[in-house]
Design a protein around this ligand. Structure first.
Ligand SMILES: Nc1nc2c(ncn2[C@@H]2O[C@H](COP(=O)(O)OP(=O)(O)O)[C@@H](O)[C@H]2O)c(=O)[nH]1
Ligand SMILES: [Mg+2]
Length: 336
């Protein structure tokens, strides 16, 4: 199985050389320079990468697509994506690839240890948790880190899963789209390093709103099918996926719990996200009243209530191919 490592970058001259050098040990590296105005291309090239350059900044999603097309043209069976800021240690790459060997049909996600909490500000962490909650609600996936850019994509996922979104939305969109097509998503915990430059390129207002808008649209779609108005193909897939080994009564009860949690979470989302945004923009000046609210309303077990025995978990896994990371950690719900 051949792979190509692609690195989408915008103005990462200080770090991209080291990223290329350490990644090259594990395979050919293709850097997509998204119209950088610094020496990114030159640094990447000097370190031994092939470089494709966009004439101007088109966003991370477009850069990834350029990379995927180039990897496909080079006959790659799978594509590894690594951020150019040095946060993803190449030493973890063999673990991601071996997970991909075991699950050839899955997207492998290098999940930042501790469910994205390490090295993230409270605001960013809350935003990721709210996003992950709605990703679970619309797709049935329970993942700790839906925003990690350290991944392995099998070629058949790239060939069959249609995506339209750009920027930082791509990574959320592709997970949901792939899961609804029945591709497993497998998380491999990794330890992320601190970034070298001080600020994230993620702009809370612009990029956060784009992801929020995308998830809001999907959530709306999910509610329409929940209310029975427009049973979509997605809903059918999701329902089939849930028909595991629970009894009918159990399934009804679990589904009621899930719906109530999702309803609360949906209604609370606009004010909570406004608070999260203020918290992100004004980081240290804001007493953290938001985290407890987010913990209460957006805890992953609220969408994946038990009781789930180990036996059921195993058969769930077999039946759905889902990575059950967060689900496995869910405490069993006491009998009613
Ligand atoms: N191609 C491209 N890459 C970008 C853009 N913005 C950020 N990136 C890259 O996406 C990766 C993740 O960005 P980063 O700022 O580290 O985000 P964070 O670590 O999630 O806060 C880095 O490799 C960036 O260079 C962009 O507009 N275009
Ligand atoms: Mg980063």
């Amino acid at each position: 199985v051949t792979h190509v490592i692609i690195v989408p970058v915008f103005n990462e001259a200080p770090s991209v050389g080291a990223v290329v050098a350490e990644s090259r040990v594990h395979g050919p590296v293709l850097v997509i320079d998204d119209g950088s105005s610094d020496a990114t291309s030159a640094e990447a090239h000097a370190a031994g990468a092939e470089v494709i350059r966009h004439p101007r900044r088109l966003g991370k999603g477009r850069a990834l697509r350029t990379g995927f097309a180039a990897a496909r043209a080079r006959g790659a069976d799978r594509v590894v994506t690594v951020d150019g800021d040095g946060q993803h240690p190449a030493a973890e790459l063999p673990r991601l690839l071996s997970a991909s060997d075991q699950h050839p049909d899955a997207i492998i996600v290098g999940s930042r240890l501790g469910g994205t909490s390490e090295g993230l500000s409270a605001g960013r962490r809350n935003a990721v948790r709210v996003a992950s909650f709605f990703v679970t609600w619309v797709s049935g996936l329970s993942l700790a880190d839906t925003q990690s850019g350290f991944r392995v994509y099998p070629r058949n996922v790239l060939d069959t899963v249609r995506t339209r979104r750009g920027g930082f939305v791509y990574e959320t969109e592709v997970l949901i789209a792939a899961a609804l097509r029945g591709h497993p998503i497998v998380e491999v915990p990794i330890v992320a390093r601190p970034r070298q430059r001080q600020r994230s390129r993620f702009r809370p207002l612009v990029d956060g709103t784009a992801i929020g808008g995308y998830l809001a649209a999907r959530t709306l779609g999910r509610w329409t099918c929940e209310l029975g108005c427009a049973p979509s193909a997605d809903a059918a897939l999701l329902t089939r996926r849930r028909q595991t080994t629970h009894s009918v009564d159990d399934r009804r009860r679990l589904s009621r719990q899930r719906t109530t949690s999702a309803l609360l979470a949906t209604l609370a989302a606009p004010p909570i996200l406004a608070l999260v945004l203020v918290q992100t923009l004004a980081d240290d000046y804001f007493p953290d009243v938001v985290t407890p609210l987010v913990s209460m309303l957006y805890a992953p077990p609220r969408l994946t209530p038990g009781p789930i025995t180990n036996h059921t978990r195993e058969s769930d896994r077999a039946a759905t191919g889902l990575a059950l990371g967060a689900e496995a950690a869910a405490p069993p719900v006491p009998p009613a």
